[in-house]
Ligand binder design. Structure first.
Ligand SMILES: NC(=O)C1=CN([C@@H]2O[C@H](COP(=O)(O)OP(=O)(O)OC[C@H]3O[C@@H](n4cnc5c(N)ncnc54)[C@H](OP(=O)(O)O)[C@@H]3O)[C@@H](O)[C@H]2O)C=CC1
Ligand SMILES: CCCCCCCCCCCCCCCC(=O)OCC(=O)COP(=O)(O)O
Length: 310
């Protein structure tokens, strides 16, 4: 048996590892080439994950169009990017386009401005978003609408406005930054989880419909990230939550997540979960044992209500 192991199984094992390593290397090289000189549009580039994505895509040699509501913050980011020389590849001065995703009319004009920057768009990263905290019974419908407009209708409108030019070129890639809450709903996040579930559904449909034009669609579902998402979240009456939640503060570094986003886009992944074991398991539990998952969520709601009331 020992003889067989050393003469047949071990060389086979090393051979397989070698082929796997070579495949990984090839994917990495192809990813790098795919992103170099690609025209990449990033929404919500003023802070958090969007800002870090801007840095990693810039360093990868992408031609960036940075979007957000705050022109000053975008100008500052462009100054920061162009001042750094920490990359070996050729970099390109980014453009900026300011608009509010809740303003559907402004999105059409913004898309035209985006297309004028480099003449076309290769990759659109729909990253901008807001979160929410509140009970369904206390929350005014205007808040549900605002979250849906920012996280769902805005990205949908921008995607639709940019798709015709991608279809004409038979080339393009749409990325949606969703959330673990696009796969499972947790209590007191109704509007946010609904907007992210809608995002997942829309972009899954888009992937199937765009296959004929060779347009890629990547949906990325991160777990908690240490950004200002909870601070900027809106509450039941529409006011700002203004609190850095412990879950957010203990979340992954946005720099790390941005590198994972870059890798997923480079590899043209279709659906990516960027989270720890527990949230990932929760997704399987929701599918395989929904009754148990719903009981766990009800108990979570009871506990959270109790701790608020005490
Ligand atoms: N942080 C986390 O734990 C997680 C975040 N995500 C997702 O990551 C994405 C980025 O969020 P994150 O970086 O964490 O949070 P931040 O609050 O730091 O960033 C949100 C970005 O979205 C922009 N934005 C918000 N509302 C609008 C609007 N109406 N029009 C245009 N831009 C707008 C903000 O711009 P402005 O500066 O103008 O407010 C900001 O640039 C979101 O889609 C979020 O759902 C997913 C999972 C976990
Ligand atoms: C087989 C055993 C399975 C055990 C499963 C136990 C269930 C545990 C529940 C875990 C819930 C995880 C929720 C994760 C939520 C999350 O990561 O959200 C990311 C965000 O978008 C954060 O936004 P927020 O505004 O809510 O901070």
């Amino acid at each position: 048996m020992d003889f067989i192991t050393s003469t047949a199984i071990l060389p086979l094992l090393f051979g397989c590892l070698g082929v796997f390593g070579l495949f990984q290397l090839l994917q990495w090289v192809r990813g790098k080439a795919y992103l170099r000189n690609a025209v990449v549009v990033i929404t919500g580039a003023t802070s958090g994950l969007g800002k870090e994505c801007a840095k990693v895509f810039y360093a990868a040699g992408a031609k960036l169009v940075l979007c957000g509501r705050n022109g000053g913050a975008l100008e500052e980011l462009i100054r920061e990017l162009t001042a750094s020389h920490a990359t070996k590849v050729q970099t390109h001065k980014p453009y900026l386009v300011t608009f509010d995703l809740t303003d559907t009319g402004a999105i059409v004009a913004a898309a035209a401005e985006i297309l004028q920057c480099f003449g076309y768009v290769d990759i659109l990263v729909n990253n901008a978003g807001i979160s929410y905290r509140g009970t369904i019974m206390d929350t005014i419908v205007d808040v549900d609408k605002r979250v849906m407009e920012t996280n769902y209708f805005g990205p949908v409108a921008l995607t639709k406005a940019l798709l015709p030019s991608m279809i004409k070129r038979r080339q393009g890639h749409i990325v949606a930054i969703s959330s673990i809450q696009g796969k499972i709903s947790i209590p007191f996040r109704s509007a946010y989880a609904a907007s992210k579930h809608a995002t997942q559904a829309f972009f899954d449909c888009l992937r199937a419909e765009m296959e004929q034009y060779e347009i890629e669609v990547t949906v990325i579902s991160p777990g908690y990230i240490h950004t200002n998402l909870s601070v900027n979240a809106i509450t039941a009456d529409g006011s700002r939550y203004g609190v850095m939640d412990t879950t957010t503060a203990q979340g992954r570094s946005p720099v790390e997540v941005a590198h994972d986003v870059l890798a997923a886009v480079g590899k043209k992944k279709k659906d990516v979960i960027l989270a720890d074991l527990l949230p990932s398991l929760a997704i399987y539990l929701r599918t395989l044992a929904p009754g148990l998952f719903f009981s766990l969520m009800a108990s979570r709601a009871r506990k959270e209500r109790k701790s608020k009331n005490s």
